[in-house]
Design a protein around this ligand. Structure first.
Ligand code: DGY
Length: 328
């Protein structure tokens, strides 16, 4: 039997699945708190299931039996893929199962910021509805406006489909590579990063966090946006320079922002962005529905068992480690 450590609680059916192949230890908060305690408890693990825990050279050097780390998220920026390659350890992630759920949340933020849903909810609750001129409640339209999507992967496509078919928006996108089949299917226009910023009424950031995208949305990027435009981030917090975003929002360089992610999570209540009324914030819940989180946990489990059993083609191994398959 294999030995698996999970840094998080797993749904019962996922635990039942795993324990038919392996002994399973779900580490407590204390056990996973520091790299030292973690490596102590995970010392003889063949596989680790996690979401968000940093796995780097220092940890891998102390886990000689480890064959695979499996994250239940689609993003895997918490994995040092060079170190994993060096140690010959596979990493898997969970693309596809969360695409539609994250696209729904993206639209929740688009609508909430455009129509000031959170701000006006507070107005009603606090008895400040009466006595305001009607225009005070006005927002901006979403339908028939231009949506710019930075990062056209599966989630980008799901957002574009909602925008085109549901809201009849024009959709422009920017991505490392063009997606002609998606362009044709949904009627999207490929534009440069600068053109996207200049044209869009809503800029949605969906790119993974890499060295190339860290701090992508900086002062210069916000300056290129329309002053009426709204910025939405559902990727990773570190793709945005938060100081630059605060400046852009407080000086009227852009109209509003909807943020599901932050540089540091949980973001401290002292984060200046939280003091602004034109920001809607969420605690990184892009994929957080019962059904989708269950699917993500199950995919993380089946990925891990597939790797441990040598069925590598069946596992969603992260792109940077696909080369290990050929070498094995
Ligand atoms: C992911 O899976 O990377 C998402 O950010 C989780 O919400």
């Amino acid at each position: 039997m294999f030995r698996i450590c999970s840094t998080r609680k797993l749904p019962q059916h996922v635990q039942d699945y795993l324990t038919t192949y392996a002994t399973l230890d779900i580490l407590t908060k204390e056990q996973r708190e520091s790299p030292e305690t973690f490596v102590k408890y995970a010392a003889d693990a063949d596989g680790i299931i996690t979401s968000g825990m940093r796995i780097d050279d220092a940890i891998l050097s102390r886990l000689p039996k480890l064959k695979c780390v499996s994250t239940s998220s689609v993003g895997y920026d918490h994995f040092d893929t060079d170190a994993l390659k060096k140690h010959g350890v596979y990493a898997t992630h969970t693309p596809t199962v969360l695409d539609e759920t994250v696209a729904d949340l993206t639209f929740a933020l688009i609508l909430a910021t455009a129509r000031r849903v959170v701000e006006l909810d507070t107005v009603v609750r606090e008895g400040r509805w009466a006595g305001r001129p009607a225009e005070w409640f006005y927002g901006v339209d979403v339908h028939h406006r231009t949506l710019g999507i930075i990062g056209m992967g599966r989630i980008g496509e799901a957002v574009a489909r909602r925008a085109r078919l549901g809201f009849e928006m024009d959709v422009v996108y920017h991505n490392r590579s063009r997606k002609p089949e998606v362009e044709e299917k949904l009627g999207l226009e490929y534009v440069s990063f600068e053109e996207l910023l200049a044209k869009s009424d809503f800029v949605v950031l969906l790119t993974p966090l890499t060295e190339a995208t860290r701090g992508l949305m900086d002062d210069a990027a916000f300056q290129k946006m329309k002053s009426s435009a709204i910025f939405i981030n559902v990727s990773r917090g570190a793709t945005v320079n938060e100081q630059a975003l605060f400046k852009a929002l407080s000086e009227g360089t852009i109209r509003a922002a909807g943020l599901d992610v932050f540089v540091k999570e949980p973001t401290p209540t002292t984060n200046p962005l939280l003091s602004l009324q034109n920001v809607v914030v969420l605690p990184h819940i892009g994929s957080a529905t019962h059904a989708t989180r269950d699917d993500m946990a199950m995919l993380a489990a089946t990925n891990l068992i597939a790797v441990l059993e040598g069925r590598l083609q069946e596992a969603r191994i992260v792109p940077e480690l696909q080369s290990l398959i050929k070498e094995s």
